[in-house]
Write a protein that binds this ligand. Structure first.
Ligand SMILES: CC(C)(COP(=O)(O)OP(=O)(O)OC[C@H]1O[C@@H](n2cnc3c(N)ncnc32)[C@H](O)[C@@H]1OP(=O)(O)O)[C@@H](O)C(=O)NCCC(=O)NCCS
Length: 167
């Protein structure tokens, strides 16, 4: 298993995994994924079993502290010098679930965000996943303003202590 960041040549595989993991009303479209890949390939983390993409996570960087729905579709909101790493989709194809695939990607995203001197990471999730992200240090901030896919989302934040920030 190998983790690396994104390339535009990953587009088809990413769109296929996204479709397998989310219902149509929540899944990012191929067009959205392409715009994100062009704007911030270094903020995609992909896990491969051989040459098969089995899991990925992605998200823009911004100075905005809260994750809002416009960020999913508008890759131009990415600010490479921003202080918060957002995490949008966390996806593992069904046959590879419950083996720590998503966990290894989330840990890598956290490590990279720390190394890049960010303040921390922000994500939104459904209520049943709050305990999962809490294991990595994310703290639940309550119901988010997001109405993505018509669901109720909770915003969670992992804030680095100043001691872990790279000068
Ligand atoms: C959510 C999702 C990304 C998790 O991916 P994953 O690769 O299975 O994640 P992990 O293996 O790290 O953890 C999943 C569970 O398996 C458990 N697990 C991890 N390794 C395990 C192992 N070796 N044996 C048994 N269980 C294990 C984890 O503890 C976790 O359990 P929990 O949900 O009770 O906390 C995946 O199920 C998915 O793509 N779902 C559809 C899309 C989605 O809902 N994404 C999240 C949006 S908020």
């Amino acid at each position: 298993m190998e983790i690396r960041t994104g390339r535009i040549s990953d587009l088809d595989a990413l769109a296929a995994v996204e479709r397998e993991c989310f219902p149509p009303e929540e899944a990012a479209t191929k067009d959205e994924i392409e715009k994100r890949l062009l704007a911030y390939p270094e903020h995609f983390w992909l896990l491969f079993d051989g040459d098969k993409l089995v899991s990925f996570v992605d998200g823009m960087v911004t100075d905005e502290a809260d994750l809002r729905d416009e960020m999913y579709a508008d890759a131009s909101l990415h600010d490479e010098n921003g202080c918060w790493q957002m995490l949008f989709g966390v996806n593992t194809i069904p046959a590879y679930r419950r083996q720590g695939c998503a966990a290894s990607l989330i840990r890598r995203a956290i490590d990279d965000a720390a190394a890049q001197g960010r303040k921390g990471l922000v994500l939104t999730c459904k209520e049943e996943k709050i305990h999962y992200y809490a294991k990595f240090g994310f703290v639940n901030e309550g119901v988010s303003s997001s109405v993505h896919g018509g669901a109720v989302w909770y915003q969670m934040r992992l804030r680095f202590s100043t001691a872990t920030l790279v000068e």
